[in-house]
Design a protein around this ligand. Structure first.
Ligand code: NIG
Ligand code: FE
Length: 403
């Protein structure tokens, strides 16, 4: 496909300006253009404007009629665990009957049950799983996704997971430090082994390293050792932090210059203040809080303090079996106190920033990747307003319409 004209768009919406991440007064500053068009050239956006300003284009342009529809940037899911086999539907039923996520984890279920299924699957099945999950995400408007390893926890399956993610077009993150696998006595011994035996190869595939810093998983000293070794190998740093308890994730993230700290359901005032003063993005995962019936993260306080905030699904089989960023936007508006414009900003430009892609993802502007989502809605805010609705009616990724 060379040139594509998406024409007669009822409303085109994009985060304003060029900065990333957008925070403070700029967070949620979006430009809305009525009766608009987007012109793409190969995989990039060539022009964006009002239909009344569109000049003659020649006849080599394919057209998409967007009458009555809205256009937003392709959504960016900056936190998923899309590489797994099996499911946790049994555990879901147990939780519905009153068991807690942490109890199931401590009893050897939870993450470790997905580890067993993922180890047994083999690399081809893992790549098929990531491709299947990518299709689910695309149907909800996600054109860029990050995915973590972390359900292998052995040399071969961790590396196979990272290759499967990269092979399916995802941004791979090495989450070797997700849980201590059954072969190891404790976290210290496992972290030593990960750094020596897996990190060297993992760092040639992954863009970032992530750690689950939490009681029952890894403590701050273990997380520090793992993240420092990852940084030495050139990886960006991410942390799962403050999901259930404040165990030092935010101070560590700030000190090490991490790209993000994610979850934050248990974050208190000190953590909010520390994040607001830092360059670390707060990635909020409200679908996970909802799915586990946990408190929502303090989104409004983070925004008001000036922290950079992104939203993601946390798509995984245990704590958030949800691949829909529009649904996450709905939860953000109804439970976190964000506006639709802030929610959109959080899962476009700010999420692209977490993945170090804000120069080409997350905006509808010339030079950006031609990732365009069409909403079959009269107003773009239906993205968050239509709770669980089928709002996405067309997805263009890299200038190519997807089916
Ligand atoms: O982000 N909390 C740690 N990791 C994932 C859940 C993984 C799982 O339950 O399988 C999360 O919620
Ligand atoms: Fe997660």
């Amino acid at each position: 496909m060379s040139r594509l004209l998406v024409r007669d768009i009822a409303q085109l919406v994009t985060p304003s300006g060029n900065d990333a991440p957008l925070r403070g007064a700029l967070f949620g500053d979006v430009t809305v253009m009525e009766d608009a068009y987007v012109l793409t050239d190969a995989s990039r956006i060539a022009a964006v404007g009002r239909m009344c300003d569109l000049g003659p284009l020649g006849d080599d342009v394919e057209e998409v009629d967007a009458r009555g529809r809205c256009a937003i940037p392709g959504l960016v899911d900056c936190h998923t665990h899309a590489c797994f086999a099996g499911d946790r539907v049994e555990e879901f039923s147990l939780r519905a009957a009153g068991a807690t996520y942490e109890e199931l984890h401590a009893a050897g279920g939870g993450i470790l049950s997905t580890v067993a299924a993922t180890r047994a699957a083999g690399e081809d099945a893992l790549e098929e799983a990531v491709v299947r999950h990518r299709g689910w995400m695309e149907a909800h408007g996600t054109t860029t996704f990050e995915a973590k390893s972390g359900y292998g926890l052995d040399h071969d399956t961790e590396l196979a997971s990272l290759r499967a993610i990269a092979g399916a077009g995802g941004v791979p993150t090495f989450l070797g430090a997700h849980s201590v696998p059954p072969e190891f006595e404790g976290g210290d011994e496992y972290i030593d082994w990960l750094i020596a035996e897996v990190l060297p190869e993992a760092s040639t595939i992954a863009e970032a390293a992530d750690v689950f810093l939490e009681r029952g998983a890894f403590d701050a000293a273990q997380a520090r050792r793992y993240l420092e070794a990852a940084r030495e190998r050139g990886l960006e740093l991410r942390l799962h932090g403050d999901q259930f308890t404040e165990a030092g994730a935010i101070p560590l993230a700030v000190e090490l210059g991490a790209r993000s700290v994610d979850h934050l359901e248990a974050t208190s005032q000190d953590g909010i203040r520390a994040l607001a003063k830092s360059a670390v993005t707060a990635v909020l995962l409200p679908a996970s809080a909802l799915f586990l019936d946990r408190p929502m993260p303090p989104a409004r306080a983070l925004v008001e303090a000036g922290a950079a905030v992104a939203l993601a699904t946390d798509f995984n089989p245990g704590s958030a079996f949800c691949e829909s960023l529009p649904l996450v936007c709905s939860i953000a508006c109804t439970q976190l106190g964000l506006s639709p414009a802030q929610a959109l900003t959080a899962c476009t430009v700010n999420a692209a920033h977490v993945l170090d892609r804000a120069d080409r993802k997350g905006r509808l502007a010339p030079g950006f990747d031609a990732d365009i989502v069409l909403l079959d809605t009269p107003d773009w805010r239906y993205l968050a307003y239509h709770l669980g609705g089928h709002v996405v009616s067309g997805v263009i990724a890299g200038g190519t319409p997807l089916h």
